[in-house]
Design a protein around this ligand. Structure first.
Ligand SMILES: NC(=O)c1ccc[n+]([C@@H]2O[C@H](COP(=O)([O-])OP(=O)(O)OC[C@H]3O[C@@H](n4cnc5c(N)ncnc54)[C@H](OP(=O)(O)O)[C@@H]3O)[C@@H](O)[C@H]2O)c1
Length: 277
């Protein structure tokens, strides 16, 4: 697996996502995923599974220092002191004294962005987060966060799959040295029924999931997250570093993007998204 350099962070290009994995499922699948070679794990305060994520990493026998571990601060903990307290609680649940990456989970105007970013920086200065970043940020919000932060931001984690054009956001992230971390690669299952992806997958003797994850990690500056409760699918999803898509295939997959391709836009959380390119 290759590493994506991101303003001083070295992020393994494929991460194991844990959204919607309940504690017992995490304990079952995550040690298997680590044995398969996953070295990047994504959780969040809001997922309610940090304790099991920490336990699964320890149970796997893979050294903590070999795992790139991300968590995210939920939007109701963005006031300065509360953000710091929430990270201490996360670290206690995870059973570790640092995370590799700490993100603000969604934008939230209720607390000034400068205060949120200073909270991240305070945690970073204390050595409790090796790197910091944001999630679900628009281009303008990301650029504002970059301007406000003393420490360089490593990533903006956003929805990205073949039906959602993120080329403008990706260009802006590259310009500022951030990685774009892609979630929802399977587009809620829609990619699995796509005729073009079916054709490309057949040509390579791969699954559609592999083609989509490959399309993501083959783009400069892109990190992909992949969640599955199934160890067999985890094995499938990590087997994407021994083949390549042609430039024509990359472009054809990108051309599947639709103006209404965005799926994740929770009312009360979602910002005023950038227009599709
Ligand atoms: N920052 C944010 O706001 C945010 C939002 C959403 C997600 N995320 C992060 O991104 C990660 C990935 O996103 P996601 O979990 O929503 O979506 P995903 O990785 O696109 O997976 C969606 C579904 O696809 C299925 N799947 C996985 N591999 C497959 C395969 N090889 N063949 C067929 N189906 C397959 C899985 O079902 P099975 O489990 O049944 O295999 C999974 O539930 C999350 O777990 C989380 O860590 C972040």
């Amino acid at each position: 697996m290759h590493i994506v350099p991101a303003n001083g962070a070295d992020i393994p290009a494929l991460g194991f996502g844990t959204f919607r994995l309940k504690g017992p499922q995490v304990l079952e699948v995550l040690p298997r995923a680590l044995h398969l070679g996953f070295r990047h794990v994504d959780t969040a305060q809001a997922y309610g599974n940090e304790a099991e994520v920490g336990a699964a990493i320890r149970r796997s026998g893979v050294a903590r220092g070999e795992v790139f571990l991300t968590t995210k601060v939920w939007v109701d903990r963005f006031r300065h002191d509360d953000l710091i307290a929430s990270v201490d609680e996360s670290l206690a649940r995870l059973g570790t004294d640092y995370v590799d990456l700490l993100l603000l989970h969604w934008p939230n105007q209720a607390v000034p962005l400068a205060e949120q970013i200073e909270g991240l920086n305070a945690v970073h200065r204390a050595g409790k987060a090796r790197h910091i970043g944001v999630s679900n940020y628009t281009i303008a919000l990301m650029q504002e966060a970059v301007r406000l932060s003393a420490a360089r931001l490593a990533t903006n984690q956003v929805e990205y799959h073949p039906y959602l054009d993120q080329s403008r956001l990706l260009a802006a992230a590259r310009e500022a040295g951030l990685a774009l971390t892609a979630y929802y690669a399977m587009a809620d299952g829609k990619v699995l029924r796509d005729p073009l992806l079916t054709d490309i997958a057949a040509r390579h003797g791969r699954s559609i999931a592999q083609v989509v994850l490959r399309w993501l990690v083959q783009q400069d500056g892109v990190v992909a997250l992949s969640k599955t409760a199934s160890p067999a699918r985890a094995a499938e999803n990590i087997a994407i570093f021994d083949f390549a898509l042609s430039p024509e295939e990359m472009a054809a997959i990108s051309s599947l993007a639709e103006p209404a391709g965005r799926i994740v836009s929770p009312p009360g959380l979602a910002p005023d998204w950038d227009a599709a390119a």
